[in-house]
Design a protein around this ligand. Structure first.
Ligand code: BG6
Ligand code: MG
Length: 218
């Protein structure tokens, strides 16, 4: 594998914990349809696109809805989600993320975003993190969902680096598979039992550094 020139970050669950807001909005949609939606159910939606999330939700509730209704409900869910997102502040950036970004910048490493979310720009702006990114690829730029590597390959291309010079940071299994499918190394953020396909896993960015990443990847 080549030298590390760029780091590509997933957003939800890596830079910020938005899962709790997704959960509130999906739960109120499910309740409106007459069934419950638990936090455990919510785990299944991590890293999954908005429309696929709705399909999983329908499966859980045992409901069948036509396409027009699905689009309407997904838009309604997003409206509620946005109410929470628009109240977010930089205080919600996960611990250690900003220090790690600063460390990468100081070492001349490029930073990209590789997220499935169509709300990524809104979230980055709320967190005041947009200026850190040299390239941003989100759910509005891709047609294939993770584990397809499209989102990360586009990020690498925008930065002008080969996949072997990029490291992906991901909290979802599908995202780790996407990185591997794209020929990139991958650091899992979360638990090693779930993210066992990553090169290595850390619980979060607190105390993490470029050196620790390099030695973990060796
Ligand atoms: C991913 C989240 O980052 O984005 C998923 O992990 C979410 O839970 C997906 O469904 C799409 O997000 P959005 O903001 O476009 O609805
Ligand atoms: Mg994620």
């Amino acid at each position: 594998m080549g030298a590390i020139s760029a780091c590509i970050f997933d957003l939800d669950g890596v830079v910020v914990d938005t899962a709790k807001y997704h959960y509130i909005a999906w739960k109120s949609l499910a309740n409106g349809l007459g069934f419950d939606f638990t936090e455990e159910d919510n785990e299944r939606l991590k890293g999954v696109s908005r429309m696929r999330s709705l399909e999983i939700l329908m499966e859980i509730g045992g409901v069948d809805l036509d396409e027009e209704t699905q689009l309407k409900l997904a838009a309604k869910k997003n409206e509620e989600y946005l109410e929470y997102i628009l109240k977010m502040t930089p205080d919600e950036i996960l611990p250690g993320v900003k220090d790690f970004f600063e460390d990468l910048k100081a070492k001349g490493i490029k930073i990209a975003l590789g997220s499935a979310s169509k709300n990524a720009m809104t979230i980055l702006n709320q967190l005041e993190l947009t200026p850190y990114f040299d390239a941003i690829v989100d759910g509005t730029h891709v047609s294939k969902a993770k584990p397809d590597p499209e989102v990360f390959l586009k990020g690498a291309e925008l930065l002008g680096y080969d996949p072997e010079n990029c490291v992906v940071f991901e909290d979802a299994e599908a995202g780790i598979e996407a990185a591997i499918n794209g020929g990139m190394r991958c650091v899992g953020i979360g638990s090693p039992e779930v993210l066992n396909k990553a090169n290595f896993v850390v619980p979060g960015f607190e105390g993490f550094s470029f050196e620790k990443m390099e030695s973990g990847l060796k």
